[in-house]
Write a protein that binds this ligand. Structure first.
Ligand code: SF4
Ligand code: ZN
Ligand code: ZN
Length: 307
């Protein structure tokens, strides 16, 4: 197996590009894919203040590395979800990554600052943990980007994540979500930050290979709350299709951006107001995050002190 570029020994095969790469040219290939995505979708420019949602996993740490190599100045924000050892390990790995490269990482601690954890919120609200987690991440990352004066909130969703999400939204014809599944969501006057996803041309196994080849130490354990996650099941199905037809995931996702996304309203027409508790944008009187927080705290069993 020879590298497409230098004919040296290849370390990875990328079937949808009909190509094999050595370490050096694979790293260059991945960085070029991200650069192309940023330019094609006009995501941001060198003067923009960028903040990246960092989880300690391969995607966000690889993306932080790639953006830094492309010359962007990017701060990170880590959200501590209160998921036991998984959260403490991924925080440590994120902090080590930032420290070793002299990057700035802000930490938002859900249990300390908002008085609840994802597992607790899931059991109090009867939501799935991933639903409580997703809601909390969207709220806190948006709030951080807006209140700290960042121009763009950067997310590390990869090709597999976005193809599986699109598959799920199409299966249910979820028009609201389809409208918001674009590589760039513009900022709004009502307090939603500009949100971009520069990693959507890079598959999950490629971000993992990028991180391993460059010695990036990332959280390899799966989140203990992930079992039963529907998106993971859709990813497995799409992987089987990809096995038979290399490139099918990318053509599904990018075909939607080119031909389908325009038919769904990303929510510009939706009237947003300020949440009466926190002031963040919401469609109702109280935002979903404040409702979740209050419900979780109200269902907490009282501590009884025995004498
Ligand atoms: Fe959150 Fe679910 Fe991912 Fe765990 S698996 S980090 S609960 S979204
Ligand atoms: Zn090469
Ligand atoms: Zn609120």
């Amino acid at each position: 197996m020879k590298c497409r570029v230098c004919r040296g020994k290849a370390v990875i095969q990328v079937r949808r590009h009909h190509a094999n790469f050595c370490k050096e040219h694979f790293v260059e290939h991945v960085r070029r894919q991200v650069e192309r995505t940023i330019n094609d979708f006009d995501m941001f420019g060198p003067g923009d203040r960028l903040v990246l949602g960092v989880s300690g996993g391969k995607d966000s740490l690889a993306l932080w590395d790639i953006l830094t190599h492309l010359g962007y100045q990017v701060d990170g924000v880590y959200l501590h979800l209160g998921i036991g050892e998984y959260s403490s390990d991924s925080l440590r790995l994120s902090q080590e990554f930032a420290r070793s490269r002299g990057l700035s990482l802000k930490v938002v601690d859900l249990p300390d600052q908002y008085d609840f954890s994802v597992p607790e919120a899931a059991s109090a609200s009867h939501r799935s943990p991933c639903s409580a987690c997703g809601l909390s991440k969207r709220y806190i990352l948006n709030r951080m980007a807006e209140t700290s004066g960042y121009d763009v909130l950067v997310m590390g969703h990869n090709l597999d994540d976005e193809a599986a999400t699109l598959f799920s939204n199409v299966l249910q014809w979820n028009a609201d979500y389809l409208g918001r599944q674009r590589p760039v969501l513009p900022a709004t006057d009502q307090g939603l930050a500009r949100k971009v996803k520069p990693l959507i041309r890079v598959a999950e196994r490629e971000t993992a290979a990028y991180a391993v080849l460059l010695g990036i130490d990332y959280e390899v354990e799966e989140c203990p709350m992930a079992s039963g996650n529907t998106l993971n099941r859709y990813k497995e199905w799409l992987n089987r299709l990809e096995e038979q037809s290399p490139g099918i995931k990318a053509s599904f996702l990018f075909g939607f951006f080119e031909r389908g996304a325009e038919h769904f309203d990303p929510g510009e027409g939706v009237e947003l107001r300020q949440c009466s508790f926190c002031g963040q944008p919401t469609t109702g009187e109280v935002c979903a995050f404040c409702k979740l927080q209050k419900l979780t705290i109200s269902r907490r069993p009282e501590l009884t002190v025995r004498s």
